[in-house]
Design a protein around this ligand. Structure first.
Ligand code: ZN
Length: 704
């Protein structure tokens, strides 16, 4: 879509008033406003890309008025930036740096930090010096896709000169940092002097293979120059940029079946590089399909990124896989073998790229994992890969931006991005390398965990524990509202599914939804259950059957769906070290061991569930699949509600509190205790076929 000018004088005024009341200067308030406008358009700015600044003045602690540069701090996204996202850096000391011959990235970062007015601010952008050296009040920088389609042409310098004329400086590619700041300032001065002679004002600056800067004396004029230049770029493209994150629904497409196989291959390769499991984000729409029609797609996917900093999120090459044609001549095993081979080739090429380029820098770099972050499969689409859903989505967004830019670039000529060495310099930037190995990932990162009955008190407590351990959460419940409430407390990427687990079609749909959203499954927590009261003598058949349906058959069917995914993920793998396996954890109940009167239908179905758990552990141990269960008792939940607690305590002549803490520990067992027990079981890597009791201690229910 065409990038629009969304500036509103009214809104700008309101924002200035709003921030003035909080002690924020007019300059910074307007800087915040137009930065947000730029950041809200993904065709201009994506995931932390782009940066903005304003030169202003403020008082230091002793009251001296000093010139400062408010420049975007790292970690902030322009779309949601607040005034503190543009920390103030003393301007004069930054300007002095221009006299230096050279400056390492580390020294640049520390001199920028030393000059922060508030030492607690985030690191100023790596493009801070570029903003400082150009003497314009407002400076905006984006990685506009339309600009990138022009700036990644073989003859980009001349093409951009022709399109943008003399009011725009053109800067050849230099990696961001001190060197780029100096080169850009020089090109700016040249262009500005030319403009002056003609009585014109410079409007912006194209960075070849990188992006666009715009300038202005006011926030409005700088923003409007940005939009104007981007619109001019759009006009010069035959194929228009149309970045859309809407997805075609793939739920009915058979090829979805291959996703767990693919995830398994990637996860097994990952084990070699001590990486977590992978989470998928799958995209399919008009543009993705247009890419599949591109004639020489296998060369195009290896050509490189549209702007160098994307390499950190997506690597420079996309892995193109073969379509899986679901017929008897093309067995899935063959597709898996072909895919393994394709991945091996990808890894080999990456390692050669690393070794060759590392040699140039005296082998000073630590290798990153060689696995792709973007995969294309015909009829499935574009798959973004990440250690968690968030990074998978970011990779997929950038992949879609790549498709838009490259197809539009090809519509007017040839897409030619920066070369391998420049890509390597960015991917293996010393500032990025310094971050490696500094943080320990959460234990269950990269694991997809589906919980049935997740809308209830215990299900919700389980979901919370697993979410906090870093897992991706699928909240499944008969009640959509309750399922969503659980998903809501598990971050923005948790998936909620309404599902009657006693209905096989519903279950089928739920598991295909999980695959479509995450690519596979690692842990099923088969938790849903309900109790029907009545003695064996008097109970009607229907109640007994209902109990068996929900407390046994539904677990049986859900387990089989989970097992089929686990088996697909491990397709053909015999090496015990590489098998991924999986886990099924059951909420069993103490009734399985210690039946109570009038709870026959519940206890019998739960006793059979205990047997199911043991049977699965027996049959699936060799496949690395663990099955375990929790025997919990007397937890306040939908199954044991306030009214039941009241009646039972009265009938036993106890207070409610005494009834609830009637155990060896004399302590009420809470839903969160059950959640913690499930998590503990999930982490007990050498345990299968076991039940863990969570009842505060009850001799009659002890396992014997
Ligand atoms: Zn940039």
């Amino acid at each position: 879509m065409t990038v629009h000018n969304n500036w509103s004088d009214d809104n700008a005024e309101k924002i200035v008033d709003y921030y003035l009341a909080k002690g924020i200067s007019k300059d910074l308030a307007l800087r915040t406003y137009s930065a947000q406008l730029l950041g809200s358009d993904p065709e201009l700015v994506l995931h932390g890309g782009g940066n903005t600044s304003v030169k202003s003045s403020c008082n230091d602690i002793v009251g001296n008025n000093i010139n400062v540069l408010h420049v975007k701090g790292s970690g902030w996204d322009l779309g949601t930036i607040e005034p503190e996202g543009h920390p103030a850096v003393k301007l004069e000391p930054l300007l002095e740096l221009r006299n230096l011959e050279s400056l390492t990235d580390e020294d640049m970062v520390s001199s920028q930090r030393q000059n922060l007015l508030n030492p607690n601010s985030p690191n100023p952008s790596v493009e801070t010096l570029l903003h400082a050296f150009i003497p314009k009040k407002f400076i905006d920088h984006t990685h506009s896709l339309a600009i990138l389609a022009l700036a990644n042409q073989p003859d980009a310098i001349n093409l951009c000169k022709k399109i943008f004329g003399t009011k725009v400086a053109i800067v050849p590619y230099v990696m961001p940092g001190f060197e780029l700041a100096k080169v850009a300032a020089k090109e700016y001065e040249k262009a500005q002097n030319n403009c002056k002679l003609k009585g014109e004002e410079i409007e912006g600056m194209v960075l070849i293979n990188h992006g666009l800067f715009s300038f202005g004396d006011t926030a409005k004029s700088s923003y409007e120059n940005m939009i104007k230049l981007v619109n001019l770029a759009e006009k010069n493209l035959k194929r228009k940029i149309n970045l859309s994150f809407t997805n075609t629904d793939l739920s009915k497409e058979q090829p979805n079946l291959v996703l767990p196989y693919l995830r398994g291959i990637l996860n097994r390769f990952s084990k070699r590089y001590n990486q977590n499991n992978w989470i998928f984000d799958i995209r399919n729409n008009k543009s993705v399909n247009e890419l599949f029609r591109y004639q020489d797609l296998s060369s195009l996917v290896k050509i490189g990124v549209v702007t160098p900093d994307h390499v950190i999120r997506t690597k420079s090459k996309i892995l193109l896989l073969k379509e899986y044609e679901n017929n008897s001549f093309d067995k899935i095993e063959k597709w898996v073998k072909d895919t393994e081979k394709a991945l091996e080739n990808y890894i080999e090429e990456y390692q050669i790229y690393f070794e060759n380029n590392n040699l140039e820098v005296n082998n000073s770099k630590k290798p990153l994992d060689p696995l792709p972050r973007l995969i294309l499969i015909p009829r499935i689409g574009l798959i973004g890969l990440g250690n968690e859903k968030k990074s998978a989505s970011i990779a997929a967004d950038i992949g879609q931006a790549w498709i838009e830019t490259v197809l539009s670039a090809c519509s007017i000529g040839t897409f030619k991005p920066v070369g391998e060495k420049d890509t390597f310099d960015l991917e293996y930037w010393s500032l990025e390398q310094a971050k490696l190995g500094k943080s320990k990932p959460p234990y269950l990162r990269g694991n997809v965990v589906a919980i049935t009955g997740a809308g209830g008190a215990i299900g919700r407590a389980i979901a919370k524990e697993f979410y906090q351990a870093g897992a991706e959460i699928v909240s499944i419940d008969l009640n959509q509202k309750e399922a969503s409430l659980t998903a809501d407390i598990c971050g923005t990427n948790a998936l909620s599914i309404r599902c009657d687990i006693t209905n096989k079609q519903d279950l089928e749909n739920a598991f295909s939804e999980i695959i479509k959203n995450f690519g596979g499954l690692d842990i099923l927590i088969s938790n849903a259950g309900a109790a029907w009261e009545g003695s064996i003598a008097n109970m009607c058949d229907l109640s007994f059957m209902k109990s068996m349906d929900l407390n046994l058959f539904a677990h049986f069917h859900a387990s089989r769906k989970a097992l089929s995914i686990f088996h697909a993920q491990d397709c053909g793998e015999n090496n015990k070290e590489l098998i991924l396996g999986g886990q099924i954890l059951f909420n069993i109940s103490k009734q399985a061991l210690n039946p109570g009167p009038n709870f026959g239908s519940y206890g019998i179905s739960k006793a059979a569930l205990l047997a199911l758990m043991r049977q699965i552990s027996l049959e699936e141990g060799k496949n690395g699949v663990r099955a375990n269960g929790i025997n919990a008792d007397r937890i306040k939940s939908g199954l044991l509600n306030s009214e039941m607690i009241k009646n039972r305590s009265i009938s036993r002549g106890l207070s409610e509190e005494e009834y609830m803490s009637g155990n060896l520990l004399r302590s009420e067992v809470l839903a969160k205790d059950v959640g913690k027990a499930f998590l503990a079981l999930a982490l007990m890597e050498k345990t299968t076929g076991a039940i863990v009791t969570v009842d505060g201690g009850n001799v009659a229910a002890m396992v014997r």
